[in-house]
Design a protein around this ligand. Sequence first.
Ligand code: ATP
Length: 870
Amino acid sequence: MNPYFDSKEEVLTALESDEAQGLRSEQVKSKQAQFGRNQLVEKKKKTNWQRFVDQFKDTMIIILLIAAAVSFGIAMVEGDVAEFFEPALILLIVILNAIMGVLQESKAEKALDALKSLSAPHARVLRDGVESVIDAAELVPGDIIKLEAGDFVPADARLLKSASLKSEESALTGESVSAEKDALAQIEENAPLGDRSNMVFSGCSITYGTATAVVSATGMQTEMGKIADLLNNENDTQTPLQKKLAQLGTYLGILALAACAIIFVVGLFNGIPVLEIFMTSVSLAVSAIPEGLPAIVTIVLSIGVQRMVKKNAIIRRLPAVETLGSASVICSDKTGTLTQNRMTLVNAYVDQSDELEKISEHNSEAVRKLLMYATLCCDGSYVVEASGEKHIGDPTETSILKASYLNGMPKEELLKRYERLGEIPFDSDRKLMTTINRIDGKYMVIVKGAFDIMEKRCVRGDLKKARNMNDDMSKQALRVLAIGYKEIEALPQNLVAEEMENGLTLMGLVGMIDPPREEAKKAVEVCCHAGIRPVMITGDHVVTASAIAKELGILHEGEKAITGLELDAMSDEQLANEVEHISVYARVSPENKIRIVKAWQNKGQIVSMTGDGVNDAPALKAADIGCAMGITGTDVAKNAADMTLTDDNFATIVEAVKEGRGIYANIKKVVGFLLGTNIGEVILVFVVMLLWHKAPLLSMQLLWINLVTDSLPAIALGMEKVEADIMDKKPRPKDESIFAHGFGIRIALQGVMFATLAIIAFLLGENITGELAGGQTMAFIVLSLSQVIQAYNMRSDHSLFKIGVFTNKKLNMACLVSIVLVLLVVFTPLKVLFGLIDLPIELHLIALGLIAVPVLVMELSKAFGLIRHQ
Ligand code: ATP
């Protein structure tokens, strides 16, 4: 079979398919077994073993291992059994650390994979005569698929029917202008890909029109599959913050290395054995360089992102999480986002009549005829099944289909009688949709769309009266559609909107209600409180839009509602002066959206913009946070967006901003915790070495502290619940440093605090026991446990006792594990291996006292407002 050269009948026969019924279930099963899933084979992932090996590619770890090997060698030569322990222990700790690293990485990857599968593409398919939406991976050759503007083409397919179809194929052909497609086109054998206009290809998108097609190839057999190996799907997933932190890590690393070098030299001059002082310095470098920070930040981000999924927001790019936290303007569509998009047809007006007629099951003949014409000019379907009613397609249209159904005129039956011969699909720019149907032997053009557009296209009918009716309905927050028609002599070859949608006779109006979402009002309130400006952007009529915006609290006294036309008439300068006073934009076109985004951005605001159509993609890209609608959104919009709302709900955007702020706050806590404690370690060793020419901690003690206090409590700290008052603050400026508002200084001071405590512990330990090991044991206990306790201090800028000391269960578990690991080496025979000794009881009590100091200091600083609450 040659899918573009053979006739469509031949293709259908070769694929054993049927245009009207699609494949049968048994066929699907056997074809799925034969062809496999409709997916591109993904690049091989790293195995856990590879990841484990990668952990040892760090220079400092390699130096440490070499040092351990040398010390092992010396022990061998000297034959001293006790000397074996240290290098063996170092190796063990390094391995444990590597395992932690692997666990962290695979956790982060799983989280990202889960996200990917959430945004998996879908396809509309006809099987056993029934249309349904399935996972695109389940498609098989022979499946009949339906496509419309905004869809991604799920597999290579031969067109069977098409209406004004255009497809963007740049992924395959490099051509960014949409290619025109036509089911009837005859293609030469061996025509190049770009000329096969009776085919659509997997991975490309439909930018205009509708089509029915039969799948000719799936998965790796598609044209995209053939070049899949060439595609580089690696995205830059590092967020700006992660990049900054990685850079900071490098600086801190250099500082730590310099400190270690000085420690090494001082140690050497003071007669500490070369190998011992070398190991201590390298271990300090390994412990102090926050090399795990970017990985931990990824985990915190991805855990946050998973939390957002549960709240119906799917983040497509990790950097969006950070930006979300800074959002200061949310531009939202009205229909479906601020309102329920449960359109119900309530009124109808037939031209020349005197009043509106309520929609019921027994409407007048005139209204029934209006509904019939409107239905013929609708896509989608409305069916009543045992499980309830089912609306498939645009709710604006299904509300019409339902009213027609209730009046005994299901769309399917109407279409059998009045065949559709052509169509010009709806788009938000024209705000019109047109079909040509054969009615009583005549070619009838039916147009439906926004009244203000239709009134310019109608040449017959009482337009003045209709305008009054339209205004009345709009003021009641109803969406109004006008329906018009004209008869034509012959079916044109090419349907041109300009020609078809002019010279019409007005038939009447229908008005539908779309109530505001209950949660939207609350969310608008939260927004305003959080210093975020909500703005309504809608294709709807300005009166309808204003009525709803007022009800929701978006449009206040003194603020404006303007139309897209008025916006077009404004210069950029005028818009810049006005933009802060405009809360509602009605009758906007997708191009208007970009101007609105840019105007706000020029004011230094971080703008979130929603969108669903193909034409919204540029605005979604231009916005700082593009939000696509998960239910009504097209694949193209979803692909252009940073975030998809699975419930199309405004409240979800606000919830996502809250989560975004929470995630950022948590990352800040983690960074503060890790840096504060690490700085403490460096200062401790540095100062003791300079002043007393001794190592306050041995290498394996340092490594153990690093192992037990770094990863686990840090990750758990990153899972802290979003603080209740996070939406009471103003948005954070996007470029603000994480160390702003004195945070950096506080971290450094905390480092000094840990070092001071540990130095006191070291000196007391050494003096009271009279042994260096006694001082080291004290320093080990105090430094490790005070760091564990510090994780609690970092949980909030509020008092621990206010937020509940043990309310982060994960942190409780993590800290318990850390404490047990510390006590294990202090109180069991393992202590010998770690160079620790038994301490008299009074030293343990002193240690307890010292460990409690950070809580006291931090609580006092919080109480006196020294830890500024941002
Ligand atoms: P939002 O508020 O989310 O921007 P909207 O639904 O109000 O979305 P569009 O979908 O662009 O905006 O619709 C704009 C106008 O076009 C509507 O007010 C309506 O008058 C008209 N319209 C909407 N859907 C259809 C349709 N399927 N056929 C004909 N006209 C339509």
